[in-house]
Each structure stands twice: as C-alpha cells, then as structure tokens.
Design a binder for this molecule. Structure first.
Ligand code: SAM
Ligand code: SF4
Length: 330
C-alpha cells in the first residue's frame, strides 16, 4: 500500500515480547521496563492473524524482534506458521545472540535465513558492562553457529557510543576483511528513560566512516550512494569478504524512504518508531472484529504515518515522548 507521501509500506516489524535477558544501557533502565502482563501480550495465533491480514494490505516482509525474541518459547514453531502465508516473502530476526547457539538449527529449519545480531563490543568486560551482565562468549558461539548452519546474510549491529566503543571501530571494520558479515554502525538514539544514561554520547556515522577510511577507501556497493538496503548505506573495504553498513537515524533521517509498520508486544500498531501514535489491534481482535475491520484499522495507521520524525531537530522531544524500545520492537 502507498501512503500519502508516496512510500510503499511493505515491511512489518513485530515485537514478540517486551522482555529481555539483557539490560543494554541505551535501551533499558537498570531495573528493566514494566513488563506487560501475560494476558496482554499478543498470542502467537493473534500475531499470525494480524500478519495474514497485513499481507492483504501490502506487507511482504516481517522481522521478529523485541525485547529479546528468543526468550519467548515456541518462536521457531511460530516462524513455521508464518511461512504458511504465501504473500510473505521474507521473515527475518533481530536478536542479541545470547540464546542463538541453541536455537539456530530450529530457526533455520523453520525458514529464517536473514539474521541481525547485536554486539556493541568485542571485549568481554566492556560487553558485560554495556549489557549489564551479558556473556560475550555466548554471542560469539551463536554467531559461529549461524554461519555454520548457513544463515545469510549475517548482520552485526553496533550502536556507536562515544567514550565506550569508538576505540573499537577499526576492529569491527577489520572483521569484514576475512568474514562475510555485514557490520552495521547504528547511531545512538536518545530513547525513553534509558536515553538519559547515554546523554552526550552520540557519535555521528560521518566520524565513524572517516576513521574506517584510514583502512582503505570504502567502495560504495550501489553507484555513488552506497547500496541502500532499507535504511543502511552499504560499503566494502578493498578486498573485503563482508560489508560495512551505516544506519544514521539521527544525522540523516531516512523517513522519506521508510516502508515500515511496527506491531508492539501488546498488540498496538505504530507507523513510526519515534511517534507514540498507536492503534490498538488486540482489543478489536479479541472483541471478534472481522478481518475486513482489522484491515481497515491497518489502512488508517498507514494513512496517518508521519512524514518524518523530529529527532534531529529536537532531541528533548524524543526523550519525552517515546516509550522504551523493547516494547515497541527495535
Ligand atoms: N534484543 C534484540 C537485540 O538487541 O538485537 C532485539 C531488540 S533491540 C531493541 C533491536 C535493536 O535496537 C538492537 O540492534 C539495538 O542495538 C537497537 N537499539 C536499542 N536501543 C537503541 C538506541 N537507543 N539507539 C539505537 N539503537 C538502539
Ligand atoms: Fe535487550 Fe536488545 Fe534492548 Fe539490549 S538492545 S536491552 S538486548 S532488547
């Protein structure tokens, strides 16, 4: 479906849970976020129904995220059920990788091929610090396992934080010389209450790019603008087996090409990560509304999708208005 700003909306990100086994400082407050009650979380069959109806409105790609999606039991079976929707061409997963080693084979068998893994440091002590207790070795085993099993592409997401991991930029970039990973640098967004903790630690991707270019010229993978894959601009170091991506929601917002909707863990549909305008789908679903009625609600959300977010112009706005990421689905 095309929205009023001529964007084709075909991508749905689904937060299958707001719970997480980590507490990354830029994402969650130390004590975690208030967790949604068991009955208020969408059941898998409800998510499946929403996805089926959404494909009727033009959605062809679904990404499962959270919170940490692998903390929810039965995820692989749910993926297999999503595969029964013929219009759904792509089902992908974003995970912190902690539980990945154990789930990789099942997820692959269920049909996931594209996987994004978050890893903000290559140093065990720093990783534990930023995640408030995470074990980097579990993530590294998970990455090895998905490579062995045959997932592709394997994308590794790094949130760049000044004074924390800016000294590791070149180490991350060098990983792409010998490994077929796409290493993606994401600009830190000042979200929710967790934002305050990282005040002033934002690092623009332009700085990261300059540093990486000390290793060699970055070859743009799509003409002069970099291969655009969703919001990422993609490049390669000379002779590199992998790719380097930049996702710059703050310095270079990509709202003009945003093709996404987000389904929150409690069943609300959002047209923009950075706007708290949400439409409840769970209530109408549980009240027995028809597929046609739910489809109409989805169309209304698309019709209200804002032209752009205000993050670059007014960071205070975003700190005040936006919920925590895990509930929305990052
Ligand atoms: N738990 C999974 C994970 O960490 O990959 C999936 C959910 S997480 C909310 C999705 C992505 O959002 C991660 O790559 C994470 O680094 C990113 N993220 C969370 N808070 C962010 C923030 N304040 N700024 C930029 N990216 C953020
Ligand atoms: Fe959990 Fe992912 Fe948020 Fe880290 S970024 S706290 S792993 S949801």
């Amino acid at each position: 479906m095309i929205d009023q700003y001529d964007r084709e909306i075909n991508y749905l990100r689904v937060s299958v849970t707001d719970r997480c086994n980590l507490r990354c400082t830029y994402c969650m407050p130390k004590q975690g976020i208030s967790q949604i009650g068991h009955d208020d979380i969408l059941r898998y069959e409800e998510i499946l129904r929403i996805c089926r109806i959404a494909t009727g409105e033009g959605i062809t790609k679904v990404r499962l995220t959270g919170g940490e999606p692998l903390t929810r039991r039965g995820l692989a079976e749910f993926v297999a059920s999503l595969r029964t929707i013929p219009e759904l061409k792509d089902i992908s997963l974003t995970t912190n990788g902690i539980l990945l080693e154990a789930h990789a084979e099942q997820l692959f068998a269920a049909g996931i091929r594209r996987i994004n893994i978050s890893l903000d440091s290559l140093n065990a002590e720093k990783y534990a610090r930023i995640t408030r207790g995470g074990d980097i070795h579990a993530v590294l085993r998970g990455i090895r396992k998905v490579r062995e099993v045959g997932f592709a592409p394997i994308k590794i997401n790094i949130v760049a934080i000044s004074g924390f991991n800016d000294d590791e930029i070149l180490d991350f970039a060098r990983l792409t010389l010998a490994n077929p990973y796409q290493i993606r640098f994401i600009e830190l967004m000042p979200l929710g209450t967790a934002g305050a903790e990282n005040d002033g630690r934002y690092l623009p991707n332009s700085v990261i790019r300059q540093r990486i270019e000390t290793l060699g010229p970055l070859e743009a993978l799509n003409g002069g603008r970099g291969k655009t894959e969703g919001p990422a601009r993609i490049y390669r170091l000379p002779g590199g087996a992998g790719e380097i991506g930049f996702i710059s929601p703050v310095s270079r917002h990509f709202c003009h090409s945003c093709n996404r909707l987000r389904l929150t863990a409690e069943g609300h549909l959002r047209a923009c990560l950075l706007s708290d305008d949400e439409t409840d789908l769970k209530g109408p679903l549980r009240a027995g509304r028809s597929d046609g009625e739910i489809g109409a609600l989805i169309r209304e959300v698309i019709a209200r999708k804002p032209k752009r977010h205000e993050i670059a112009c007014d960071e205070d706005h975003i700190k005040k208005c936006v919920k925590e990421m895990p509930a929305i689905g990052g």
